[in-house]
Design a protein around this ligand. Structure first.
Ligand SMILES: [Zn+2]
Length: 313
């Protein structure tokens, strides 16, 4: 556990209720056991106690994986893969129709790869990250414009952005409503919101429990299901378009390795074989119970809603 981090008891970060029950105790990457609570009112699962907002940054050291620029070999392989297969990685974000020159904010951009990719598709993309180290990497590696900090932010005026992407961000924040509300304000009417978080309703969590890799303690303060995520987004004014899950073979591999250490079972050995792991991963996706939860939503178009209702003659 990082030195200097202060821990606090919290009410439910989603609805403010103090009525909670213990949901799970699970080891973090540092071997320390952390406690997850479940709100009895809204079913949100959250870390409690949790690192406080003033000191949580101490957990994000410069070696945090999302802050690293891609290795040269890796990016050459990726470039080759893109050339041969096109944009192989499909996400719900691909469904957003590209408006050339439209403004896209990747909030929590890390080292900037996603925003750079969106720029090549025609978006006027920029990034935001609270880590000065990540922001510096994204600027120097991709020449991106990166705002340091979080939403709400004075450099992102109301109604100025067409798309906001929150990829693996919302599970890290103390106040999700504040961030989603700020995203809503920053967006133009009709704008798109893309959110991706780990899926607590995944088959993997049911199978691996405390060893499930995407728990990522102590960094993840919130643990969403399709229900709790949809509610959080809808309560902040958005209209939900699509909710889906997405499988990650690598995450499955990490979960299998962690589970083998804590409670060895026969099928975990088979899951270490790449082929079986891949079949298992795809099966969770087919069932709609994969490890990543993603959501596409829109800010209602004021012009459309203000149009007089036409009645059939
Ligand atoms: Zn609650």
């Amino acid at each position: 556990m990082a030195d200097g981090v202060r821990w606090e008891q919290t009410a439910c970060p989603s609805c403010g209720s103090h009525d909670e029950e213990e949901f799970l105790r699970a080891p973090g990457d540092d071997g320390v056991e952390y406690r997850l609570a479940k709100c009895r009112r809204c079913a949100m699962v959250f870390q409690n106690p949790r690192p406080d907002e003033a000191t949580v940054g101490l957990l994000y050291t410069e070696d945090y994986p999302q802050y690293q620029a891609p290795a040269r070999k890796h990016s050459m392989l990726r470039a080759l893969k893109h050339k041969l297969l096109g944009h192989a990685e499909k996400t719900l974000a691909d469904r957003i129709p590209v408006t050339p020159g439209g403004r896209l904010l990747d909030c929590g951009c890390g080292a900037g790869a996603f925003a750079a990719e969106m720029r090549t598709r025609g978006w006027d993309a920029f990034g935001m990250d609270f880590s000065p180290h990540a922001a510096a990497t994204a600027r120097s590696h991709y020449g991106l414009r990166v705002v340091e900090g979080s939403l709400p932010h004075p450099e992102v005026p109301p109604g100025s952005v067409d798309v906001i992407t929150l990829r693996m961000v919302l599970e890290h924040v103390h106040n999700p409503a504040k961030m989603l509300g700020a995203a809503f304000d920053a967006m133009k009417p009709g704008g798109w919101l893309f959110v991706a978080v780990p899926n607590l309703a995944a088959w993997g969590f049911g199978a691996f429990g405390p060893a499930w890799f995407p728990l990522r303690l102590p960094w993840h303060l919130l643990h969403f299901t399709p229900d709790t995520l949809s509610r959080a987004v809808a309560t902040n004014g958005f209209t939900i378009d699509t909710v889906a899950t997405k499988a990650h073979t690598r995450w499955m591999g990490y979960s299998v390795d962690r589970a083998r250490k804590s409670r060895p079972r026969w099928w975990l050995g088979a899951a270490r074989v790449r082929f079986f792991r891949s079949v298992l991963t795809n099966w969770t996706q087919w069932r709609g119970q994969a490890d990543e939860l993603s959501l596409l939503a829109r800010k209602p178009d004021v012009k459309a809603t203000e149009m007089p209702v036409r009645h059939a003659a």
